[in-house]
Design a protein around this ligand. Structure first.
Ligand code: ZN
Ligand code: ZN
Ligand code: ZN
Length: 388
């Protein structure tokens, strides 16, 4: 399996420029980006979040600066934006006040603007840094960095979709491998470890989550794999994923283990809720076209499950955006009027949960394109009835 081509350095230049344009447009003095998905998006720099400040400063005008601890100067310089000379790397020493340094860059750009300065800080910046920055910029009004970055990140370009597709296909293979292997007599936890190992073996950077929920546990939406032993005659929810090249996979499939005895197959009600969820998933996917509101896609899935009499058992939104983060905008949920645009990527994951008995969820990652919706996962949505 060949990894997709890296995001070209020029793209980071375009992203930085677009971010700066939005900083100016919104009347902000600067966007301050700490370690996390926004930093990866704008510079390609993957750094560890630390108490030592690493911060990209995107001012309203002027150069982009990447403020880093001296000991991180080399890796920062090797990041795509560093290597391409798109950002000026400013290293600070152990005895310097990094927050005051960042504040000085903000003040330099704010001087010609409105007072008090408005500054956007990345959503996942630690309070440790936010409070110190606030102390250095006592008159600044802070807002969330997503006001600048979300609109940019919400539409994926071809290179990003190639990573999402590679991640989805790798996760598809892991589902196939797990469904084909031994399950009965093993604990959920043991299977979850195998899922994680296989995600990495299939090219993932990391295995963020491996929900293995068997029997009555399948009725719990975010069940953690437990020491419950899988038995014949029950369903298993496999909801697995993690990043590959930074871009996340997230797939859910349903397995039913019979132990080789057809008498242990799914009962009529399970078949019924499974079919409803599959219909809801495929109809919602078909509805995900440019111009359609995100909430409308949720309504399509919900309408099918409601008509089947299980509306109250579909207890979560239909989906979430996906990219550098496992959950990001756009959220496919009632109350979100955002019109879908070509390049948006999100999960479609309806479910029905019957407490104490069992549950069903199916999940694909879908990209909205000008030609209509495209599911990145290729594993069929069918119930995987296996000997186990
Ligand atoms: Zn989730
Ligand atoms: Zn999932
Ligand atoms: Zn999901």
């Amino acid at each position: 399996m060949a990894a997709p081509p890296a995001i070209p350095a020029a793209r980071f230049g375009e992203r930085l420029e677009a971010a700066q344009g939005r900083v100016a447009e919104r009347g902000l003095a600067a966007l301050l980006v700490g370690v996390g998905p926004d930093l990866r998006y704008l510079t390609g720099y993957r750094a560890m979040p630390l108490e030592r400040l690493t911060m990209l400063v995107v001012p309203r005008t002027g150069p982009y600066r990447l403020v880093v601890p001296r000991l991180e100067r080399t890796p920062a310089g090797r990041s795509p934006a560093g290597e391409a000379g798109l950002v000026e790397i400013v290293a600070w020493d152990e005895t310097d006040d990094a927050h005051a340094l960042v504040a000085s860059f903000v003040n330099a750009t704010a001087a010609d603007g409105a007072s008090p300065a408005r500054v956007a800080v990345s959503d996942t910046l630690w309070a440790l840094h936010v409070l110190r920055l606030q102390a250095e910029l006592p008159n600044a009004v802070m807002e969330l960095g997503s006001t600048v970055t979300s609109d940019l990140r919400i539409v994926k370009d071809e290179a990003e979709i190639a990573f999402l597709r590679a991640a989805a296909e790798a996760a598809d293979r892991v589902i196939g491998q797990i469904a084909a292997g031994r399950l009965i007599g093993r604990t959920e936890h043991d299977v979850a470890i195998e899922v994680r190992d296989r995600l990495i073996a299939e090219g993932h950077d990391d295995a963020d989550f491996a929900i293995v929920a068997s029997g009555p546990n399948s009725a719990s939406t975010h069940h953690e794999a437990s020491d419950r032993v899988i038995a014949a005659g029950e369903p298993i929810v496999l909801d697995i994923g993690g990043p590959l090249g930074g871009y996340c996979s997230d797939i859910t499939r349903m397995v039913w283990v019979t132990g080789g005895n057809p008498a242990n197959g799914p009962d009529a009600e399970f078949r019924r809720i499974f079919d409803l969820v599959r219909d809801a998933a495929s109809e919602a996917t078909s509805a995900a076209r440019p111009g359609v509101a995100a909430e409308r896609v949720d309504a399509v899935a919900r309408g099918i499950i409601e008509a089947g009499g299980y509306g109250e058992r579909f207890i979560h939104r239909t989906g979430h955006g996906i990219g550098l983060e496992g959950h990001e905008e756009p959220y496919v949920v009632a109350g979100n009027p955002t019109p879908l645009r070509a390049g948006m990527a999100f999960s479609i994951e309806p479910g029905i949960y019957l407490d104490g008995r069992y549950g069903v969820r199916l999940e694909d990652i879908v990209v909205c394109t000008a030609d209509g919706p495209v599911a990145l996962n290729r594993a069929p949505l069918d119930l995987l009835v296996v000997d186990g």
